[in-house]
Design a protein around this ligand. Sequence first.
Ligand SMILES: Cc1ncc(COP(=O)(O)O)c(C=O)c1O
Length: 401
Amino acid sequence: MNDSVEIPFARPDIGDAEVEAVVRVLKSGWLTTGSEATSFEQEFRAYTGARHAVAVSSATAGLHLCLEAMGVQAGDYVALSPYTFASSAEVIRYLGAHPLFVDIEADGYNICPDALDRALDVACTDGRTVRVIMPVHMAGKACSMARIRDTAARYGVQVLEDAAHALPASDDTGARIGSRGTAVFSFYANKPVTSAEGGMIATDDEDLAKRVRCMRLHGIDRTVWDRYRVPGAGWAYDVVEAGYKYNLPDVLASLGRVQLNRADETHARRHALAERYAHALDKEPGIELLTGSGQTPEDSRAHAWHLFMICVDPAHRDDIIAYLAEAGIACSVHYRPLHMMSYYRTQYGTRAEDCPRARDRFLGAISLPLFPGLTEDEQDRVIATLKEAVSRSRGSAGARS
Ligand SMILES: Cc1ncc(COP(=O)(O)O)c(C=O)c1O
């Protein structure tokens, strides 16, 4: 086994500007949430068109705060696809509510609007309260938001977008993700815009913005920055709720600001690499690019291209990944669906066949290296090695049959 990775799966794109920004804050005498976080929020609003932006310590924290602000209570349900990261559903459990897992589309990785309608119908008939629908914009491809908003309005359910992968992306109405409704973004280290760790809540709901702003820092009625800016008033604050410690420090916000400033440049690079992958792998025997995954030229620009995912024969998926690893190329798999994870199986008795599309998609999924610093030569090597691996696996399948 070759354990030296020559082409990583992801690599943050950190230049001198990022380093200088962080050093400037480190030397400034103010490390925690202050003017950098405030500027980051303002710049995020300008970039996405959001009415309000609230910086938080992670997208997980942001999702938790939003569900709390939306009034999710113990015993409620939140509808989401299981084809997502642990965070999306664990925050539902923080509040004692339950995930209502809905299968994904036939030709993509996002929640299926028809299955969502059916699930809400059944839940209504059973007398269960579905408080929120949480569309997850998988890989950076927006969910069918027009249909989902329509369903939400019909059933009187709120919508919270898990936009961890979706900066910058637009939905099927042409709206920039974050400019409408409530969406939570992640700045985790491998995300298209990173602050090492961090997140942003974007919302057009003023009351929700006020609530999450207060709850992100202990339920205190004033920010720490306000308290220290007003001479002599550092002690003068009230605790109006039992809040959380979910603020984004300035050291991290300064990194996020530079990254956000470069978001169009890094997105253009990700988009160009995704198009090269799509061009090279489309119609390749043994590899499927799903039509609903945003890989058509019209959809491609609206996609954030956090991940580039392909489907292969599940019988050979792990061998193909191992072959690439042997050649020094790291891949990943997104995701083993949550309804197949031990916690949800034990807690709710979920079975893989409850969401068969999510199960099948996972079994054949591979995410290929995609990051702005990936050179075309490196990408060509990934493509050639992948084709080799797939054709070998098909050959060995033929020999066996
Ligand atoms: C779909 C999805 N939602 C939420 C999160 C949580 O993001 P964070 O690490 O910023 O909490 C992630 C992280 O990878 C994610 O992939």
